[in-house]
Design a protein around this ligand. Structure first.
Ligand code: HEC
Length: 456
């Protein structure tokens, strides 16, 4: 149903034709076992690849570490990589481990580091290191690959360091997504904008679709320039009729969430309180198709708020840019109109200085087919779990998110069917580290508790 491809379209530049990989000699195997363990192959990967290029994001407590579940500090990286199951649903489904000893092709780490064109047929998230337009050198990539093929040991010298002499770099490239053919849909774009060096930018653009009659969307495809953290499309909750939800943002204006110094721009934060998830992706490429005969309806004169978040860890400015194609079908081809789920709890209290888990049941009076789920909480939220509770009381977890800033979007290849009396249950754990009681509210210092998704 959903066809997903790998994140970025990338290629490497070939510089030197000389293949140093084929050269012989120059092993880093210790001459007489004299070298300390700290100089082994993995120690070199840690020191020369992970510490300079990865550990800044993958550090304990960071948003990146929460999203990836991966801390790459010297004392934890081997344990967290080797033999460990990935947090990526597709990588898990394909039987990959982060590092599977002796099998680079079954190791997510290798796939994340290889920017080679045509390398990726499956979407395992962004290529690494994220937030830069340059990947590892071909030599470094080969060094990691051979380390895995040699069993990925924590200590010992198992790869010839001569491979590192291949200094050709992998470079990101980007080709914009072509709009749907005439009559087949429309394209929404966040135009190219500069992301300053060692900084980030998150912004919104409210785009009127220009449709005079209703639209039925059966496929949503998006693409972002490399370096993006996420790209989301929101509509507005029409049932909220008080300020600020009775005011729509000015159309086609770029609204930054923070100044270059990181200070929140309050007026631009306000509309976020009224958003309803429409579509979105955490990866550079995304393609969601509704099942045959199913489509989302957009009313005449619809508009969507586009949200792009870019992180630039490099020393030079690079451009951010994102585009989404909404493919439409004639009304006559739609047997079932899907809706966006919007199941929120607005009455909960989080006492100060403690963890609280809020459980909310949304019982279903009719049959409901759930195609995809995502969630919304704010900064105190640590874990958002969605469970499917059957009328007989049995419960199973169908969705988990641990990064409030970048909620997972889980698409069910086999839809979840809720019979009357079954319920979707949100189980949200908050850690209220503040000195005041916190409840539902629209400000970023308040909390939220909403299940979003597609269903019919
Ligand atoms: C700008 C921050 C950033 C940098 C730099 C970065 N990462 Fe990541 N990494 C992330 C985020 C965010 C995710 C989760 C999203 C994704 O996979 O697309 C992730 C996911 C991963 C995963 C997948 C974990 C899993 O279980 O699915 C691996 C492996 C990984 N990174 C390795 C690396 C390595 C190795 C480097 C350095 C060469 C690196 N990362 C640099 C932010 C970063």
């Amino acid at each position: 149903m959903a066809r997903r491809r790998f994140a970025a379209r990338l290629h490497h530049v070939g510089l030197a034709a000389t293949s140093l990989l084929a050269a012989c000699g120059g092993s880093d195997l210790p001459a007489g076992g004299a070298e300390p363990l700290a100089d082994g192959t993995f120690a070199r990967i840690q020191r020369s690849i992970i510490e300079p290029g990865c550990a800044g994001c993958h550090r304990s407590g960071s948003s990146d570490a929460r999203q990836s579940g991966l801390v790459l500090s010297a004392d934890s990286s081997w344990q967290q990589l080797v033999g460990v199951v990935s947090v990526q649903p597709l990588a898990r489904a394909d039987g990959l481990l982060r590092v599977k000893p002796f099998r680079a092709d079954s190791s997510l780490l290798y796939h994340k580091l290889a920017w080679i064109p045509g390398h990726h047929s499956r979407d395992y998230g962004n290529v690494m290191p994220m937030g830069t337009l340059q990947g590892l050198s071909m030599g470094q990539l080969e060094y990691v690959r051979r380390w895995i093929e040699a069993g990925a040991p924590r200590t010992g010298h198992v790869v010839d360091t001569l491979v590192l002499r291949d200094v050709r770099t992998q470079v990101a490239s980007f080709s914009p997504l072509a709009p749907p053919p005439a009559g087949a849909g429309l394209q929404l774009v966040v135009d190219s904008f500069p992301v300053p060096p060692r900084n980030e930018r998150e912004l919104f653009v409210y785009r009127p679709l220009g449709n005079t009659s209703e639209l039925f969307v059966n496929r949503i495809e998006s693409r972002m320039r490399p370096g993006s953290h996420h790209f989301l499309l929101y509509s507005f909750d029409a049932s909220r009729t008080t300020f600020p939800c009775n005011v729509r943002p000015a159309p086609n204006l770029v609204r930054d969430l923070r100044t270059a110094d990181g200070v929140p721009i309050a007026i631009n934060l306000l509309p976020m309180a009224c958003h309803v998830f429409f579509a979105g992706a955490m990866t550079s490429e995304f393609d969601y198709r509704f099942p045959p005969g199913v489509a989302l309806r957009l009313p005449p004169n619809a508009a969507l708020d586009l949200n792009a978040h870019y992180v630039n860890r490099s020393p030079a400015t690079f451009p951010g840019q994102a585009m989404a194609n909404l493919y439409t079908v004639p009304r006559a081809q739609v047997q079932t109109v899907a809706t966006t789920l919007n199941l929120g709890n607005t009455s909960f209290t989080l006492p100060p200085r403690q963890r609280t888990t809020v459980r909310t049941e949304f019982r279903n009076p009719t049959r409901l087919t759930v195609l995809a789920l995502t969630s919304h909480m704010h900064a105190l939220g640590e874990r958002f779990e969605i469970r499917l509770r059957r009328a007989n009381g049995s419960e199973s977890t169908v969705y988990v998110n641990t990064d409030w800033e970048h909620p997972a979007f889980t698409n069910f290849p086999t839809p979840l069917v809720l019979e009357p009396g079954d319920a979707l249950v949100s189980v949200v754990t908050y850690n209220n580290v503040t000195d005041r009681s916190v409840g539902f509210g629209l400000l970023s210092t308040d909390e939220m508790n909403i299940i979003f998704g597609y269903a019919y």
